[in-house]
Design a protein around this ligand. Sequence first.
Ligand SMILES: *Cc1c(COP(=O)(O)O)cnc(C)c1O
Length: 399
Amino acid sequence: MAEAAPLYDTYSRAPLRFERGEGVWLITESGERYLDFGAGVAVTSVGHGNPHVVAALKEQADKVWHLSNIYEIPGQERLAKRLTDATFADKVFFTNSGAEALECAIKTARRYQFSKGHPERFHIITFEGAFHGRTLATIAAGGQEKYLEGFGPKAPGFDQVPFGDIEAVRAAITDATAAILIEPVQGEGGVRPATTEFMKALRRICDENGLLLILDEVQTGVGRTGKLFAHEWSGITPDIMAVAKGIGGGFPLGACLATAEAASGMKAGTHGSTYGGNPLAMAVGSAVLDVILAEGFLEHVRDVALVFRQGLASLKDRYPDVIEDIRGEGLLLGVKAAVPSAELLQAIRAAHLLGVPAGDNVIRLLPPLVVTAEEAREGLARLERAAESIRAAKIKKTA
Ligand SMILES: *Cc1c(COP(=O)(O)O)cnc(C)c1O
């Protein structure tokens, strides 16, 4: 505790001190093993200490750590080529985080409208319950009062409507609208998937009104939902997409992807980053993609996700007093608690299972994508123990 004092008090931290990670496991300083079904927050996609990724980082560390973007960087060109080959996109800008990827996405959309002779079109429609990061622009985009309070006037140009309400979207469009921004599955908002019909309708509305569709796939991307990107489930493609978290597997890396048309306003000098596209990050990102894009890997994610989800559904049936609902896609799963979610999170932690809090009384279970069916069943067994302990405590209270 004494050592923590010089840190900002911005986090209320769990009293756990991890020293090592191995695959889906985290090991504390005192040697206790925890099953890590938080994976950071959907970050360590290929597990802790993945040998292929560690080797790539070490190899690059021996060559060169840092190069300025005033030079050509072959690692960036290679990773951008792989990302554009695998997606709708033609262009990539590398960042160090999700919020920076969103900042680039927002700037790209505004600049597109500007370059088409519409500088007045800078508003972006966003959705209630959204989370897009903690910079001044992204807290305005997310629109959550708890993140905006006390930080001065909310950055202008973000118009928020209820999630899933297509009529509200139509009504919010004005001559100043540039784009629509949405997470295909709201993560922090409580693991709330947008329906296929809604995603298709947004695409149509953007096309009809000369708007750009921006997807925030920072949490849903890079295999998390069982497709390389979550929008593939709905059969539509965006104009711009923000990516981070899983793509670096734990190394700070994000990316803004766009079609050539959407990125056409981003000329030399319009944007930049000191560390974005750092050679170490490029080596890691490419090694992570080796794993995710390997033949059969996404099928593995879908198969394990099915096992895990069926197990969760069975737990919900057997413990309706503890678990109200199971939701999500692939290995981005939410357990809506029938008790305060903090209580459930505490109980699974006592069973040495790690999850992540979310809105709407949900805890997120986001195992590394390399999780095996056996490890998923181990997670289910621990969740069951947690549910059992909550039930036992309730019975004791009423007795
Ligand atoms: C985590 C997250 C962000 C912000 O990413 P940072 O790397 O923390 O800046 C943005 N959008 C979504 C959907 C996220 O889950």
